[in-house]
Write a protein that binds this ligand. Sequence first.
Ligand code: ZN
Length: 276
Amino acid sequence: VEEPLIVIRRDGPIANIVLNRPRKHNAMNRVMLEELDAAVREVDDDPDVRVIVFSGAGLSFSTGHDMRESEYDPVVANYRSSSEGMLEFESKVYYQYSLNIRNTKRPTIAQVHGHCLAAGLMLVGMCDIAIASDDAVFGVPVLRMGIASGEMGHEVWSIGARRAKELLFTGDNIDAATALEWGFLNHVVPRSELESTVAALAGKIAAQPPIALSLVKASINNTMDNMGQSNSMREHFMLHLFSHTVGEARANRKQREEQGKSAWTTAAPEAGGQKP
Ligand code: ZN
């Protein structure tokens, strides 16, 4: 029996959305992202939900997009076979679904442990608040594949230009203490206290008047948009998409396919790879 890729656990007014592909370190494939988007819309439209929490089952929060899904998902393979297919697929499944998380009415909290790489980090970047355990590791090793970082270009907004450049140029991982210092996280706590810390904060926020809460969230997002965030993200996305067509990205992809390994088995062996 296939386990559900996304699990929704309700705890009173708090909806916990759990990434549930633990054997793949919660690498997100197309079906998982579709289920994630459906879960986000379902709980955000539920008037009894006041706060949405994202977490990952198993050893990691998420190691990013599943880089090998086109080998077993003919829908994705078909999209990836043409530029217009790439535009259609990534616009919806990577870009719009990310924006849908960023733009929920309800406040969102990312509860992060273990590896949080690439699109895993992108998901956290879309959340309003982020809390991690001290074992968490963050990184975007995407440039190493010849690709112009992730789809959203959100890093500059959450950690500033200098730190975003270092993180993205090198592809090196940073630890939780550094991510906290760089402003990517609100708090870092011991692993054993992660869940209770997030639950306490979510409970405190959930007790606030819900309409005022959603208006403040919308206002802060709107302020970021007036500073240029939404236009910058859109422009970054088109540039990212173009980078997929550049020779060095195609050569890197071909090399990985020939070697029969995913990007992350090269970039982050400690994450265990993402074979389907
Ligand atoms: Zn892409």
